[in-house]
Design a protein around this ligand. Sequence first.
Ligand SMILES: [Zn+2]
Length: 182
Amino acid sequence: MTLLNEILSFNEKFVAEKQYEEFITTKFPDKKIVILTCMDARLFELLPKAMNFKNGDVKIVKSAGAIINHPFGGIMRSLLVAVYELQAEEIYIIGHYDCGMSAIKPEVMLQKMIDRGISRETIDMLSYSGVELDEWLRGFEDVSESVKHSVDMVRNHPLMVKDVPVHGLVIDPATGRLTLVD
Ligand SMILES: [Zn+2]
């Protein structure tokens, strides 16, 4: 609990000293953009800085690998909410090189779950119930292909506004360089 305590005591000071004042803005993105990117820790500050965005400029949705797992899942819903309710007029899907999701092997991850106490019966039971764990956990081999696939899914989504531009990019997590892929 040390880290949690550290965070909470820092937070008390942060609020008491009104350090939040420099971040005050509205919930609407000033630049009318929503970004879907990866949860990779290297992108936390690098991505907004490399694109010249500050607090309040854009909405950022994150998922492992910037993957949209399901056309009617939480990630897609977030993009729809950004467009219909929060004034986003453009969508950027930004994967990155050296992504953890490109190394994910479902069978290895399932073994790790078993090693950490999830029973084989639970996994078998999910499989028998029709949950395709292998598919669900699978990452990608080529980040550009994966980004293109997500761009397609958003562009062709039956509930997405047809004239909202959807861009696909890949960012270098070391230098911040962006490459346009779609
Ligand atoms: Zn990643």
